[in-house]
Design a protein around this ligand. Sequence first.
Ligand SMILES: N[C@@H](CCC(=O)N[C@@H](CS)C(=O)NCC(=O)O)C(=O)O
Length: 183
Amino acid sequence: MCGNAYEFITLTSDAALTKIKDTPFGQLPVLYVDGKPLGQTYAIARYLAKQFGLAGKTSIEETEVDALADQFKDYSKDIHPYFSVLIGLGTGDLDQLRADVFVPNFKRHFAIFEKVLAASSSGFLVGDSLSWVDLLLAQHVQCVLEKDLAVIEEFGKVLAHRKKVQNLERIKQWIAKRPDYPF
Ligand SMILES: N[C@@H](CCC(=O)N[C@@H](CS)C(=O)NCC(=O)O)C(=O)O
């Protein structure tokens, strides 16, 4: 989206997966910048956001962006029992987990994002321009829309936000050509 060159590597074979132990925290993802490995998803996202002007325009905006991202992380943690079964990594009754875990937590957390967007005059989550937390939320909403439309229908501002972000010219171009990743 920012026009910089990078190489995206997925580890698919068992042999390749042994390389995970050599990463900073023994986990993926890792971003290598001039050979230096950087770990932890949100730290990587923040680093890239700072490089490309998507971290927030002031210290206050940066903190608001980070706070919303942390809120999103809380949401991800809360729905994890459902999500792990959904993607085939855990076992359990998916319908039961959807009703007991996913739907209530989705509604609770998305009421917060809806409220933030209702108070925004720009349509972005923070300030008057795109930040990395807009990308985080819009992409997740896209994933939910593809799998579970019913849960999101009542969140009109969140749905409009997804459309706004995905209609930005460079994002639209990227979505049209990006590979189909499993996650
Ligand atoms: N807090 C870390 C969690 C990363 C994580 O859970 N990575 C998983 C793959 S999605 C992993 O590497 N698992 C292998 C392992 O823990 O051995 C982040 O956000 O980057």
